[in-house]
Design a protein around this ligand. Structure first.
Ligand code: MN
Length: 585
């Protein structure tokens, strides 16, 4: 344990003051927890210490490291808030209290009764409110969870399953949304076997061997690619293989009807180059030597993912025709992809670390806070999971404005995200220029053109298609409004049934005035209908005429004196009144 503390202290990001603070927090926590043990048999202090070590590797500031070392003292020992304030000051106390308040979230989606649902929401609210105040609170919580997952094997079966599920459904998505791709992968992979033991066993049996083969292949191919790049004067800082995390691999295989052969990025090759210009140059060199797979070239540098991820991706027919995914990025982009929000620390001029949170991330936390504020406990966390924890995609309007939506969102969600009225009046959608069904799932980078029509109305079916709570809410309120109008109208018509009839008559009169170009028949007051002049009597403009509705040739126009038309009873509904239009064109 002393070695772990040494490792933290020796991290060059901490100056002497920082080191003193960390050492003091360790001594304080060690004394407070003395005599307590983890289920693993280790001294309790090992838990906050490992969590603190994790945060130090992310480059977190000494205040956060100290707070992390102290994070369980208020709950599990005799230490009082005043003790921490006296020895460490207000900032450290704020963080420790923040983590303590989150407490133990009793997340039990398996028994979604009123009470547990209420508890879930209450504790999640607490968590996100604390996050909104200081994002470091959640980073400590994530480190705490990371170490608890590492030592989950010592817990009983019931606790294992509950904690692992909570990790998959709450903590891993938070890490992902904060851009901490590495931690997200680690959390998911440790939770995976506890939550889905059979699926995990399947994956190990069927895919593990393939992993090893692919790894070996990439190792053999690496020098060839490196040669091509250096030959083109591109400086390659690093070129390594990255194996896909097991849980995300399993998710992907599920989407490909359990066929691992169809997953091209089982193992990807990652190229790190000094700057953006070199990224595009490297892509050019790769495509010069290997044919790219159509449709899989992705420029996340020009169009970053909603969580800020940047990189170039391409999938090529590599050596011996094998399909390989290549990722090209700068060291900054790489650091961001791995550690996200924790990578945004920067030294201020005075040498003190200051926190520069990415605007996108703080915005997300604030949206979450608002969402939770109006949320009713019995609504459960399904909505929350869809709107905030699902992977996000971005789609564009034809003018190039970006909308960021949950994965699985449809053109209807897109339309409502732009404007309520656009949603209500949408008649269809084009994606990348092609008409698509309204239930088509949007993909990253799609250009969505909403076709609207004045007479369109929302349909009840839409409620089953849409993904976002926003769209659902707007459709429901449209129907509620419509219901209200209808009942008001009914009340009105009961009161004034006579008035209504008069109104209808007037409408009829109005129609009779309608006329087309001079010399065309006006049928029942309407122009533009399909008609033909009957051959039997061949009426001329100015003759008195009548119409007869035929099955498929429109209205046949006869002279009123025609013997054929006289055979048909005047009461027959197929007989129509017709006049010649007198208006000149
Ligand atoms: Mn803890």
């Amino acid at each position: 344990m002393v070695q772990i503390l040494e490792k933290i202290l020796k991290n060059p990001i901490y100056n002497e003051t920082d080191q003193r603070l960390i050492q003091k927090a360790f001594n304080f926590a060690e004394l407070a927890h003395r005599g307590q043990r983890r289920l693993s048999g280790e001294d309790y202090i090992s838990h906050p210490l490992y969590a603190a070590y994790f945060l130090s590797q992310l480059g977190m500031d000494a205040t956060t490291i100290a707070a992390c070392l102290l994070h369980d003292t208020l709950e599990d020992t005799n230490i009082k808030p005043d003790d921490i304030k006296r020895d460490f000051g207000q900032e450290v106390l704020f963080l420790v209290e923040g983590v303590t308040k989150l407490g133990k979230i009793e997340y039990s989606p398996s028994q979604p009764n009123q009470k547990t649902a209420f508890e879930n929401i209450r504790s999640l609210k607490k968590m996100f409110f604390a996050m909104a105040e200081d994002i470091r609170v959640i980073l400590i919580k994530l480190a705490d969870r990371y170490h608890n997952m590492e030592t989950l094997k010592y817990r009983d079966k019931e606790a294992q399953k509950r904690i692992a599920l909570e990790t998959l459904e709450i903590y891993a998505p938070i890490a992902a949304r904060l851009g901490m791709g590495k931690l997200k992968g680690q959390l998911e992979d440790t939770a995976f076997p506890y939550v889905y033991p059979e699926e995990y066993a399947w994956l190990m049996k069927n895919v593990k061997g393939k992993y090893a083969d692919r790894m070996e292949y990439i190792e053999r191919t690496r020098p060839i690619l490196k040669h091509y790049l250096t030959e083109a004067n591109i400086s390659v800082l690093d070129l390594h293989a990255r194996a896909k995390h097991y849980y995300s691999l399993y998710q992907k295989i599920k989407d490909h009807s359990m066929d691992a052969e169809k997953v091209f990025d089982l193992v990807a090759m990652r190229i790190i180059v000094p700057d953006i210009k070199s990224c595009y140059e490297a892509l050019g060199v790769i495509h010069k030597h290997y044919r790219p797979f159509p449709g899989l070239i992705k420029d996340y540098i020009a169009l970053p993912k909603p969580n800020g991820y940047q990189s170039l991706h391409t999938t090529i027919f590599c050596e011996k025709g094998k399909i390989v995914e290549i990722q090209i990025r700068t060291p900054d982009m790489h650091e961001h992809a791995e550690n996200g929000i924790a990578a945004h620390w920067a030294y201020s001029e005075s040498g003190k670390k200051i926190f520069k949170a990415n605007l996108k991330e703080t915005e997300w936390v604030n949206q979450l806070k608002e969402f939770l504020q109006d949320m009713k406990p019995r609504e459960g966390i399904t909505k929350l999971k869809i709107d905030f924890f699902k992977n996000r995609i971005f789609a564009f309007t034809p003018k190039g404005d970006v909308k960021d939506l949950p994965e699985g969102a449809t053109p209807i969600d897109f339309a409502y995200a732009i404007h309520t009225d656009l949603g209500h009046s949408m008649n269809g959608a084009k994606i990348n220029g092609k008409i698509v069904p309204l239930n088509r799932k949007l993909k990253n980078g799609d250009v969505v053109d909403i076709i609207k029509s004045k007479n369109m109305k929302p349909s009840n079916d839409w409620l089953r298609i849409v993904k976002t709570t926003e769209a659902k809410k707007k459709i429901r309120s449209w129907f509620a409004e419509e219901e209200k109008k209808k009942s008001e109208l009914e009340k009105l018509s009961k009161k004034s049934g006579d008035e209504k009839i008069t109104a209808r008559k007037e409408k009829k009169k109005k129609i009779a005035i309608v006329s087309g170009p001079k010399g065309t028949p006006v049928i029942q007051g309407q122009t533009g209908l399909m008609y033909k002049i009957a051959k039997c009597c061949n009426p001329k403009v100015g003759n008195k005429i009548k119409g007869y509705m035929t099955v498929n040739q429109g209205v046949s126009i006869h002279s009123v004196d025609c013997s054929n038309i006289k055979k048909v009873s005047g009461k027959d509904k197929r007989i129509l009144s017709v006049d010649w239009s007198l208006r000149s064109k």
